[in-house]
Design a binder for this molecule. Sequence first.
Ligand code: ADP
Ligand code: MG
Length: 445
Amino acid sequence: MLREQIKQAKDLFRSSYGDRNATSDSPLYCASAPGRVNFIGEHTDYTGGFVLPLAIAHATVCYGTGAVVSKSAPRRCRIVSTNATDVVEFEVSNDLAPSTLNRWANYVMGVGEYLRLRVSHASTARLNYFLDTQNRKPSAIQYLPSLGPDETFVFEVAFSSNVPIGSGLSSSASLETATAIFLEQVMKLNESQMYGKEQKINRAKLCQRAENTFCGVPCGIMDQFISGAARGGKLLLIDCRSLDYKEIPLGSSDEQEDKPVLVVTDSKVKHCLGDSEYPVRVQQCKDATAILSKVNDCIKSLRDATIVDIEAAKKKLGLEGTILKRALHVVSENKRTVDAAAALESGDWKAAGKLMNESHSSMKEDYEVSCKEIDTLVALAQSFDGVYGSRMTGGGFGGCTVTLVKKEAANGLIGYLKEEYKKTGQECECFVTSPSQGGVVVDLD
Ligand code: ADP
Ligand code: MG
């Protein structure tokens, strides 16, 4: 599948900028980064909780040229995508501002600009962009400075992606991560011996910051994290507070024969309610935390609370109604996420599936972020023979579902979902996936 994306990006590069080859001044580079699906752990990231995503095989490819240049040289960058019409031009500099005309370009420009600041010798004053919000330590050390005071970089690239856009499978993070890996090559950052786990975490932070501030999307770090740090065959249990993570294999050994697969189903609906409800949920979690901290002053966010704390707050402080329901979801979802990781690791598919079903009920009843189309797809999947569990994945109010199903039952399930969903007047799209590789440098030889 990646081969097709690379070809499309190359073709677009040539048709947009003319033919380039080895005789051109700047070398050619290529990078790819996948979309993702969250297995479980929904609406837990912004309260420092746990998530359990996996990378999917769909990816964004970034292909083109780039070079470190003197600040006095011409500095125009050009980008183009198979998913956007025009070539966008800009200059990576202190004056770079988000574009209102070409909003998609902001994902790329934001990563370029923040990466430039991160690796520039001359940018110490602006490094507070990158202060780690948890422990307030500058994280600039993670990338070795590699641009001299009079240097910057330019790039000219084409993107091609088969990650469905706007479906909750994180095309945006795959675009950012592919850009970051591409630019790391241009500046030879990935050749450093220090390049490892820490760099991947910092790259994720950088991409998240680009999306938060350059694109105005208040997302957590999960998407950028999994797109850059995933390894084939493994999910990642991410602690969104410490940013520590653990790889979770599907099954207790590579030889386990009954390994299930995941079916992702795109409902093709997206209710705009999601945009307005997200900040409401964030605030409700803060309100719940304020009440719970009176029960136990160690509770600084919902991540710290347990069901026992909630019961105590119900009795003593009158925690009730909507705020109670929101707290119940987040606290129980954190536990389910950790439990599901253990179930998957030991090959207990039934236990993992049961937790998925419970997660969906909790999102539907307590967090109230589902919608009727998604509930229909989840109910259909849960009733199908060979399915262990099914739930909504992503922020909610539309988007996709994820279903854990026996390998041999996956195609039957897809046929069934398509047929039954059609009866409601909608068409869905489904694909089978298993945990894929995160972002990589693509060797062009
Ligand atoms: P999701 O990340 O779930 O797909 P988002 O709304 O977060 O949805 O991000 C979608 C946006 O990301 C698109 O509207 C577009 O601006 C940008 N985007 C993602 N992939 C591409 C691409 N390959 N080419 C151009 N823009 C893209
Ligand atoms: Mg996104």
